[in-house]
Write a protein that binds this ligand. Structure first.
Ligand SMILES: [Zn+2]
Length: 433
């Protein structure tokens, strides 16, 4: 199984110019190789492929020994490969009858990859961790978590985002055990919503945390400031960096939050069922687009999926159609249909409950149905599992978890201090019968 681990890099003063040079030189290579392909086609209808350009690379590097020649060959080759991918995507689009964009000229390359490196993470003589890469030496990095047991580093990508440097390590880890063949012990259904981020079939509600709102507010403020600057001026560029940083901050916070929720889900439940909502499609169609993109459903599902796989659990997507409109007790459809603002679901059968909670129970029921179909096909015996609370609500473990040491500098929190109760504290949507 492939996993990607990300670490922040803290390049030394003499490494920074080399890193910047990589960005510029690779952009030069990209543009050059792109122009070569374009001209060969325009002049004599000849296609140039990756292997042609890889052969030429030696010549180019010899010619430009002070620029391109100082980069690692593998990095340059990887850049050509990326260009090849971009062209392939373009041609596929043309053949498919779309109107794809032609690969663009680059001013700077934001990331570059070392495709094969053996044990790139080393400990320096003074006991700090370093990323060892050709032509750059050992770049200090914050190893905020160790690599997993038995992991092999396959590729190393160095990435520049908002005036900071990161590395993405693509790891090959031993395949986790497949999920057991019997039915799950602690299944849960998740209803994704706008008023709340998610409602679980256990009755818990996960709210969107306040810090996201705050970050987005800050981002908007910086963007407004940028719009008042004269384009291309010194202050404009300075402000652009601020906007970029605010963006990155919001992105990081969203990801962090999604990691926490998905971790909690994967730890507590051995089966998680989500609605199979087409998020991209929804965003185009509805006027809720802004709040939808904020909600971060896609990333939550994605992260939960791999975390369940790691723990030999299951993460399912069930058809979303009608999960809100059906009664989770008797299965009857709501007539007349439930309106958007109606918060309580009432059924003639006597069932009455929170709208999202009802929907989450439907998602769970569909998930179990889907799974039992699957298990029946694999001729295993299935017993239906009653839905309901699975453990002490709130998962005390979550609140007691400690912040890692590296947070100390950023937040001024003492090492080992207990984690304060997060703002997304779960609460009950409905009393559990
Ligand atoms: Zn009913």
């Amino acid at each position: 199984m492939r996993l990607s681990f990300q670490y922040r890099l803290y390049p030394l003063a003499d490494q920074l110019p080399i890193l910047q040079a990589h960005r510029a030189e690779l952009a030069y290579l990209w543009n050059h190789a792109r122009a070569q392909r374009r001209d060969a086609w325009a002049r004599d209808r000849r296609s140039i492929h990756y292997l042609d350009q890889q052969r030429e690379l030696t010549r180019w590097r010899a010619y430009d020994s002070q620029g391109l020649g100082r980069l690692s060959v593998r990095v340059a080759q990887d850049c050509l490969q990326r260009l090849d991918l971009a062209f392939c995507a373009f041609f596929r689009g043309v053949q498919g009858g779309e109107r794809p964009g032609y690969p663009r000229i680059k001013r700077e390359v934001n990331s570059f990859t070392f495709p094969t490196l053996r044990d790139p993470i080393v400990m320096s003589r003074n006991g700090t961790w370093r990323l060892k890469v050709p032509k750059l030496g050992e770049i200090p990095l914050r190893l905020h978590r160790p690599l997993p047991q038995g992991a092999e580093v396959r590729t190393v990508t160095v990435r520049h985002v908002a005036s900071a440097w990161y590395t993405d390590l693509s790891l090959e880890i031993p395949d986790p055990a497949p999920p057991p063949r019997e039915s799950p012990q602690t299944p849960v259904g998740v209803d994704l919503g706008l008023t709340h981020l998610a409602t679980l079939s256990t009755g818990e509600v996960i709210e969107r945390p306040g810090f996201l709102r705050k970050g987005e507010w800050r981002l908007r403020k910086e963007q407004r400031r940028l719009s008042r600057k004269r384009r291309g001026s010194h202050r404009y560029h300075r402000q652009r960096v601020r906007v970029e940083r605010a963006h990155e901050r919001v992105r990081r916070q969203r990801r962090w939050f999604a990691h926490r929720i998905s971790h909690d889900l994967a730890e507590r439940f051995d089966m998680v069922a989500f609605e199979d909502i087409n998020i991209a499609g929804l965003m185009e169609r509805t006027r809720h687009a802004k709040s939808l993109s904020d909600a971060g459903w896609g990333i939550l599902r994605e992260l939960t999926e791999y975390k369940e796989t790691l723990r030999s659990g299951r993460c399912l997507r069930v058809p979303a159609r009608g999960t809100t409109q059906g009664c989770s007790k008797c299965g009857r459809r709501a007539d007349p249909p439930l309106e958007l603002h109606t918060r309580t679901y009432r059924c003639p059968c006597g069932y009455e409950g929170d709208r999202d909670f009802n929907s989450a129970r439907n998602v769970l029921a569909r998930g179990i149905h889907l799974l039992s179909e699957e298990l029946r096909r694999s001729s295993a015996e299935v017993k239906c599992v009653e839905s309901g609370p699975t453990r002490a609500l709130g998962g005390r473990r979550v609140y007691q978890r400690r912040r890692a040491c590296f947070k100390k500098r950023e937040y001024g929190i003492e090492v080992g201090a207990p984690f304060e109760r997060p703002t997304w504290a779960v609460r009950l949507a409905v009393p559990i019968p």
